[in-house]
Structure formats: structure tokens, C-alpha cells
Design a protein around this ligand. Structure first.
Ligand code: CTP
Length: 409
């Protein structure tokens, strides 16, 4: 999906994440969009208007009255001009003003005046974000049709604040929401999409477990992308620290057995399965009911093979389109092709976590899409949100085609 010549107004409100609006403006320009920026007075304390004017290649609007003598309706002009108005970052203050219909500066007036879709990208400290009043504003704005790109968990602005929820969403997620707002792709309306995400945890005793480095970001990006395309989405996820996605039915699990049982109960009426979870291959043979005590100098733990979820879900009569992932560090393509055939997949998404830009937990990924019919496409490094879009672009047509499960020869 491209934003070529789409008119995007970016409203910057006054928080430390204002500097990240620069990255968003660059990304919009890279996508071919025409960009105009307006800033609140406090935003100008965090980032210079000249920077945003240079990046957007347009003058930046700040005051309702700056050009009043020559043009009394410049704020209305921006509100009418844009195909979408994106508030990035959106402070608690601008959310409150917009919810209550206040119009006392350029941005709040443009928000009230525009009839274009509005995308809010909140960013603030965790305590502010958690306040019922802020959540109430967010809920009401959403009910009125605004898109909200929820903030993420991660390091907050000052080191003293540590980690928490409130960090501005990664640019790829914001771009995805803007594209949906402007281009309105409802390709998956009426379809049920089942996504798995994150690691599993296999308990050794009441305090220890075996797991892996997966954070769940790729699976969450897929769930969000499918939801934005109008699908009804169920996300089965192992332990993670990602905000749940508004409108997605999330089922939290821990172990591979729990993940299998949750997916089984959702699978039969699903149209598309996106199996992004990093599932354990082996489990401890026994779980000790008591904490294992330190005794001898070494300890051997006996493991047994875990069920393979994709195999367990396979059903020759089912019409569900199936996408699996292949995590490979050697003979990547050949190994992924074996998984495609053995796990009865329509597409396998291959990635190598040893490649820089494709590591667990990062915001980017480098993947190769291998289709049942033989096509192989390696994508450049891109955000996980963009990877999710590419996967859906490729796989969605299969949901509407006569299902032919022939493998390339
Ligand atoms: N998978 C699964 N059940 C498991 C393990 C993996 O359904 N017990 C799924 C993963 O969600 C992924 C695909 O199978 O979609 C491939 O996972 P991957 O870890 O790459 O490979 P494995 O099948 O576990 O094989 P190996 O570890 O030997 O590469």
C-alpha cells in the first residue's frame, strides 16, 4: 500500500516524543506522501519548527493568528486539505482537548474542523497513561471513530522513569495505521484470523522454566495488521510485555500444551492461521511440585518432545489458510521448504535471528516468503509492522481463491 500523493497533516503536541515526529515525517515523505505539519506552542520547546519544515518541505503552522491578516482561515485550510490528520505524539492534554471539543490553538482547532480520519499516537509517562481520565478520553475518541495507535512498553524518556507503558509506538505501526486510515483496506472483513505469538514457558518446578528469547512483537504486528484490514482476530500468546490490541480477542497462555488447546478450540472456524509463536520443542519430563534443591555438582534434566502445534492442527478437510514461520540459522531456504511441506503450510516466513536487523525482540525483521506454489521472495529489512503487511498482502488473496493445496514440483 502506498501513500503516493496522499495529503497527510501531522500535528505535533508537546511531549519529549515530539522529536520522533521527525522520523514519521521522513517516513511519510519516503512513501510519497505530501506532508504539512502543525505544532502546539509547547511542541516547539522540544523540536524546532525549522527541522519539521525542512523534512516536510512545507511551512509549519503554529498559531491560529499568525497569518490572520492575510488569511483568516489557514487552520481550516489544513483541516480541509488533508486526507488524514495524525497527532504524533499525542499528549494527555491534546487527547483531553479533542475529546471535549476545545479549540484554543491551531492543532485543537484543526482537529475539531477536519472531516478527514484522525490518528492519535499517544506518548506519555506510565502513570499518566494509566489514569482513568486519560483512558476514558481514549475510549471516547475511539468510539467516535478516531484511530488510536497505542503506546508501547519500553524505556521511557528519562532513565529515572525506567521502563513502562507510554512510549510512542514504533514508526512502522504508526505508518500502518495511517495507511489503513487513508486507504481503508478492509480486505479481510468477515474473515476470522487466528494468530499465535510469543514464547512458551515449560515449568521445571514452581519457580523455574525453560523458554526462549521471543518477545511476541511479530505476532502482535500480524494481529494488528489483520485487525486493521477488518478481520475478526484471535491472538493466542505466550508471556509477553506488549499492550493488548483494542478489538483483538487475546488469549494468554504459558505452556505449549495450553497454546495447543487454545488454538485447537479456535481453529475449526478460522479462515487464516498465522503461527508466529516460538513454541518449545521439548518439555521437562516431570515438573517437580517443590522447588528443586541444589545438591550434587551437576544436574541432568530429562526432556520429552513437545507436540508440534501446526501438525496437531492439520486437517485435510479444513479450508483454513496456514502460514508458519521458520527460524533457521543454516541451510535456511532448504530447511524452510521442508517445514512448508511437512507442516502443510500455504506459506512459510523464513528468518534468521543471527542476521543483524532480524534479532529477537527488535522492531525490524528480514524475511523470505516462501509460498506453497514455489515462489520465493526475500524482503529487505523493514519494521515488523511492514513485514506483517507484506505477509497479508501475499496471503490474503488465497482466502478468496479456490483452495488448491498443490505443492510445486
Ligand atoms: N511450531 C509448532 N509447534 C512446535 C514448534 C514449532 O507449531 N512445537 C511452529 C512454529 O510456530 C513455526 C513453525 O512451527 O510456525 C516452525 O518453527 P521452528 O521453531 O522454526 O521449527 P521447528 O518445527 O521447531 O523445528 P526446528 O526447531 O528443528 O527447526
Amino acid at each position: 500500500m502506498t501513500l503516493f500523493e496522499k495529503k497527510i497533516a501531522v500535528g505535533v503536541s508537546g511531549g519529549i516524543a515530539a522529536y520522533k515526529a521527525c522520523e514519521l515525517v521522513r517516513e511519510l515523505k519516503r512513501n510519497g506522501a505530501l506532508v504539512r505539519v502543525c505544532m502546539t506552542e509547547s511542541a516547539t520547546r522540544f523540536v524546532g519548527p525549522l527541522t519539521l519544515a525542512t523534512l516536510s518541505e512545507n511551512s509549519v503552522s503554529m498559531s491560529l493568528f499568525a497569518d490572520a491578516e492575510v488569511d483568516g482561515t489557514v487552520h481550516l485550510d489544513l483541516a480541509r486539505w488533508c486526507d488524514a490528520l495524525v497527532v504524533c505524539p499525542a499528549t494527555a492534554n491534546i487527547l483531553a482537548k479533542s475529546r471535549n471539543g476545545l479549540a484554543d490553538d491551531f492543532l485543537s482547532t484543526a482537529l475539531l474542523a477536519t472531516e478527514a480520519p484522525i490518528v492519535f499516537c499517544p506518548a506519555m509517562n506510565s502513570a499518566m497513561w494509566a489514569k482513568p481520565v486519560v483512558q476514558d478520553h481514549v475510549r471516547v475518541l475511539r468510539e467516535r471513530g478516531a484511530k488510536l495507535v497505542d503506546p508501547e512498553w519500553g524505556e521511557l524518556a528519562t532513565t529515572s522513569e525506567g521502563k513502562g507503558i507510554g512510549r510512542l509506538a514504533e514508526t512502522g505501526r504508526i505508518m500502518q495505521a495511517i495507511k489503513q486510515a487513508v486507504l481503508g483496506n478492509k480486505q479481510l472483513a468477515g474473515k476470522k484470523v487466528l494468530v499465535s505469538a510469543g514464547p512458551t514457558r515449560e515449568a521445571l518446578d514452581p519457580v523455574r522454566f525453560i523458554t526462549n528469547y521471543s518477545t511476541g512483537k511479530m505476532g502482535f504486528a500480524l494481529a494488528e495488521a489483520a485487525k486493521l484490514r477488518g478481520a475478526s482476530v484471535t491472538l493466542v500468546c505466550g508471556p509477553n510485555q506488549i499492550n493488548s490490541i483494542e478489538g483483538v480477542n487475546q488469549i494468554d497462555v504459558e505452556s505449549v500444551e495450553q497454546m495447543l488447546s487454545a488454538l485447537k478450540s479456535e481453529y475449526s472456524d478460522s479462515d487464516l492461521l498465522l503461527m508466529a509463536a516460538a513454541v518449545s520443542d521439548y518439555l521437562p519430563k516431570r515438573k517437580s511440585p517443590q522447588k528443586l534443591k541444589k545438591a550434587s555438582t551437576s544436574l541432568a534434566i530429562e526432556l520429552r518432545k513437545a507436540p508440534d502445534i501446526l501438525t496437531a492442527l492439520s486437517d485435510p478437510n479444513a479450508t483454513c489458510v496456514r502460514v508458519g514461520f521458520a527460524l533457521e540459522t543454516e541451510n535456511e531456504i532448504a530447511n524452510a521448504q521442508v517445514k512448508l511441506a511437512e507442516k502443510d503450510l500455504d506459506m512459510v516466513v523464513l528468518n534468521n535471528p543471527l542476521q543483524s536487523g532480524a534479532a529477537f525482540g527488535g522492531d525490524t525483521n528480514i524475511v523470505t516468503l516462501i509460498e506453497r506454489k514455489g515462489a520465493i521472495e526475500t524482503l529487505p529489512k523493514m519494521s515488523k509492522a511492514e513485514v506483517a503487511d507484506k505477509i497479508l498482502d501475499k496471503i490474503s488473496p488465497l482466502l478468496y481463491a479456490d483452495s488448491s493445496k498443490t505443492v510445486a514440483v
